[in-house]
Design a protein around this ligand. Structure first.
Ligand code: ADP
Ligand code: TRP
Length: 365
């Protein structure tokens, strides 16, 4: 991995892009269209990091926006994935529910393909060093930067009471990313601003105290960056508009069949088929099937009932393997807990090293 030293005058800042530039011989080329992070070259030993809050049931937006891209990336470097339980404390106030959700996220991620032999998988709060780093970073975070954060502004606009943790959320997220020397952060579109803030804070720290942190890049998959919910708005646990990945078949079928469509007759051609919610979801789950049904809808002669039935079938089938895997894991919770314990130990070792670097840079040691 990258060795850090105080930046000497005139030396370039370390970013994952110019780090990549130095490793031209063993880098991996990725397609420009599959990613809008601006990162065309990955460094050979890149750290990939992402987190998900244990704040409710996993849904299609979480899976296609973050989990699947993260699982794909575990082959391409050292992946660190964690359950953001500290973050969940900003909006979930039931301890038993947090405990249950935390286990659920562990089961979900493993069932969907996270391979603990390749990726370090852990619980955020098992690495309390991240809170100390968040404090160090917060002292260089302008209030104005936090005031511009969409996540807190959106919640505030919806009348959700804002606590200090929610306001300071991006600083803890910056600490999550920086404490592991992360190069690439796969997330959905809604988290882009948070990664940009992380970059701003890291650059400020490096300028103030000398080269300390790697500057990370977000990786956002264009086609699944913002999966719509059953109301057409961004799918989100906090908006109650989700289609869950794991759940009761009957209830989920009912939810899909209840998707609101317009009142045009089946026979009518639908020139605006790409705007249809069922088509959009179908394209997220299976692009080629989605495009085929989009053309059928455009041409006319296809009823919305048949379309929604097809959506349900494709969706249900897509997660059949994960569902079976999850059932196995539920019967083997000792294994799941061991994965998290091992992951925490590895993550904590790295975090301790980076925190020490930051403490030294800041004159605490
Ligand atoms: P939620 O908004 O449901 O609470 P989280 O904040 O826990 O979801 O997000 C976990 C990950 O899933 C993040 O990387 C986020 O960007 C991604 N994500 C959440 N909702 C969507 C969505 N509708 N489309 C694409 N990605 C999403
Ligand atoms: N804020 C992210 C979300 O709500 C979760 C998260 C916390 C995260 N820390 C992170 C994601 C660090 C990526 C990197 O989805």
């Amino acid at each position: 991995m990258l060795r850090h030293s105080k930046r000497e005058a005139g030396k370039p800042r370390v970013t994952s892009s110019n780090l990549a530039g130095k490793r031209l011989n063993n880098q991996i080329r990725i397609s420009e269209t599959s990613c809008n992070s601006g990162l065309l070259f990955y460094p050979a030993y890149m750290r990939i990091l992402s987190g998900i809050q244990p704040s409710g049931a996993l849904h299609l937006g979480n899976y296609f926006g973050m989990m699947r891209p993260a699982i794909e990336l575990q082959e391409k470097g050292e992946a660190f994935y964690f359950i953001a339980d500290y973050h969940s404390m900003t909006s979930l106030f039931d301890a038993a529910e947090r405990r249950k959700n935390t286990l659920d996220v562990a089961l979900d991620f493993l069932a969907c393909g996270l391979d603990p032999k390749r990726a370090v998988f852990f619980k955020q709060s098992d690495v309390p060093e991240v809170c100390e780093l968040a404090w160090l970073l917060s002292t260089l975070t302008p209030m104005g930067l936090l005031e511009r954060a969409h996540s807190f502004k959106d919640k505030s606009a919806k009348g959700i009471p804002i606590n200090h943790g929610l306001f300071a959320y991006p600083v803890l997220m910056a600490a999550d990313i920086l404490i592991y020397d992360s190069n690439v952060v796969p997330v959905g579109q809604d988290q882009k601003q948070h990664v940009e803030m992380t970059r701003d804070i890291a650059i400020k720290f490096n300028e103030q105290y000398g080269q300390t942190f790697v500057i990370p890049e977000p990786q956002i998959k264009g086609e699944t960056a913002k999966v719509p919910g059953i109301d057409g708005e961004k799918m989100s646990k906090s908006y109650g508009n989700t289609i869950e990945i794991f759940g009761d078949e009957k209830a989920l079928r009912k939810k899909v069949m209840a998707l609101k469509m317009d009142s045009r007759t089946p026979a009518e051609p639908k020139p605006d088929a790409e705007l249809n919610l069922a088509i959009q979801l179908l394209k997220v789950i299976d692009a080629s099937v989605g495009r085929e049904w989009e053309e059928r809808l455009r041409a006319g002669g296809l009823g919305y009932g048949d379309l929604k039935k097809q959506l349900f079938e494709v969706y249900w089938e897509h997660f059949a393997t994960a569902r079976a895997k999850r059932a196995e894991l539920v019967a083997n919770l000792d294994y799941v807990n061991k994965v998290l314990a091992d992951g925490s130990a590895k993550a904590r070792a790295k975090a301790t090293e980076v925190l020490k670097r930051a403490r030294k840079a800041g004159g605490l040691e």
